[in-house]
Design a protein around this ligand. Structure first.
Ligand SMILES: [Zn+2]
Length: 357
């Protein structure tokens, strides 16, 4: 991912903490031959009289009561492991899925933590988490793609993704540490219910922590202008999209969100528009550019003065693309051809302005 969320957005985790503690207390009570504590016993006042939670908790306890100590032990282990965040993102820390637990406990577990997740909305915890995130988020856009723009707090809500999917890891279903605001395309069209810590063959894998430190950068420096096909005045470069960052986490990110393919689509479909914008800016602000030195200088100025350093609607790709073009103009086997192409591009733009059709 390109950016991460401030950890301060996860401090109001009391809904999760309260339910986690209650479930743990219930499991321990059964182990000691006692009955599970009542829902409202020592419960946070905001949650004590919530019927949906109480009903779901009672159903969970009824299901647990019928199990033996070994099976209850597995449930306790899963409860703890699924909430060992960020440890479980390291690709090795054990994290049993729901389908490894006794069949009769699966539905009640999911129902209980789904009810807990619903509380985050009605208690506005979710909105407060988003406000903290939005205030600090570079480019105000989805950090998983850098393309989808986020709405300001108070407008239509962005998706809140269960980073560890709740179908597989329901015990983390209301843990803010596992809940990441995400653009609708990233969430529903690409990630969906993909398991970020386990690949399709069941092998564990590393992934980025949405509230961690590590992130990825994108480079298009290996791309080859003119070699990507397409006829007419705007032949595409053959794109080479490289990611800089921890290799395994980057691979998971790319696989889950189909990043490379989406970026290729973005740069290909915007190439002409981006070039025309440069040409128009250049003929107005710089004038015609004829020599290699003039072309490189104009691109430098455009990159520094016009292009954003942040993310949002693919701005990072536009910048990476112009940085690549600039480098290709400065030296190498195609610099002469590319300099001439830029020179002609700006000249024809000037002509269009002087002699409108
Ligand atoms: Zn996105």
């Amino acid at each position: 991912m390109l950016n991460v969320y401030p950890i301060s957005a996860t401090v109001e985790n009391w809904v999760h903490d309260a339910i986690y503690a209650k479930v743990k207390a219930g499991l321990k009570a059964f182990d000691q031959g006692n009955t599970a504590p009542d829902w409202s016993h020592e419960m946070r006042v905001e949650l004590a009289d919530r019927e949906a939670l109480k009903t779901a908790y009672n159903a969970f306890c009824t299901a647990v009561q019928e199990l033996g100590p070994r099976q209850r032990g597995k449930i306790l282990l899963a409860l703890e492991a699924q909430n060992k965040i960020p440890d479980v993102f390291d690709g090795a820390t054990a994290c049993p899925r729901l389908d490894t637990l006794p069949a009769r406990i699966r539905k009640p577990t999911k129902a209980l933590f789904d009810a807990a997740f619903a509380m985050l909305k009605s208690l506005k915890v979710r909105d407060r988490q988003y406000e903290v995130i939005f205030a600090e988020l570079p480019g105000r856009c989805c950090p998983f793609c850098g393309i989808e723009i986020f709405e300001a707090p108070g407008l239509a809500r962005e998706d809140l993704d269960h980073y560890l999917p709740r179908t597989l890891y329901p015990f983390a279903g209301a843990n803010l540490r596992n809940l990441a605001p995400m653009g609708g395309k990233c969430n529903r069209a690409y990630k969906n219910v993909a398991d970020v810590i386990c690949d399709g063959d069941g092998h564990r894998r590393r992934c980025f922590d949405p509230y961690g430190q590590e992130r990825a950068e994108v480079s298009l420096m290996g791309s080859r202008p003119f070699e990507g096909g397409g006829a007419g005045p705007f032949p595409l470069p053959a794109w080479q999209i490289d990611f800089i960052g921890e290799a395994q986490a980057v691979a998971t990110w790319d696989q889950v969100f189909d990043i490379r393919r989406r970026y290729e689509g973005k740069v290909s479909s915007h190439f002409r528009e981006w070039m025309e914008h440069f040409a128009d800016w250049c003929q107005r602000e710089v004038g015609l550019i004829e020599t290699q030195q003039e072309v490189v200088k104009a691109l430098d100025r455009y990159i520094t003065a016009v292009l954003q350093r942040t993310h949002g609607n693919g701005e990072h790709l536009k910048r990476a693309m112009f940085e690549m073009m600039r480098q290709r103009c400065e030296g190498g086997d195609i610099s002469e051809r590319l300099v001439l192409w830029f020179s002609n591009l700006v000249r024809s733009q000037r002509r269009m302005v002087e002699e409108p059709a």
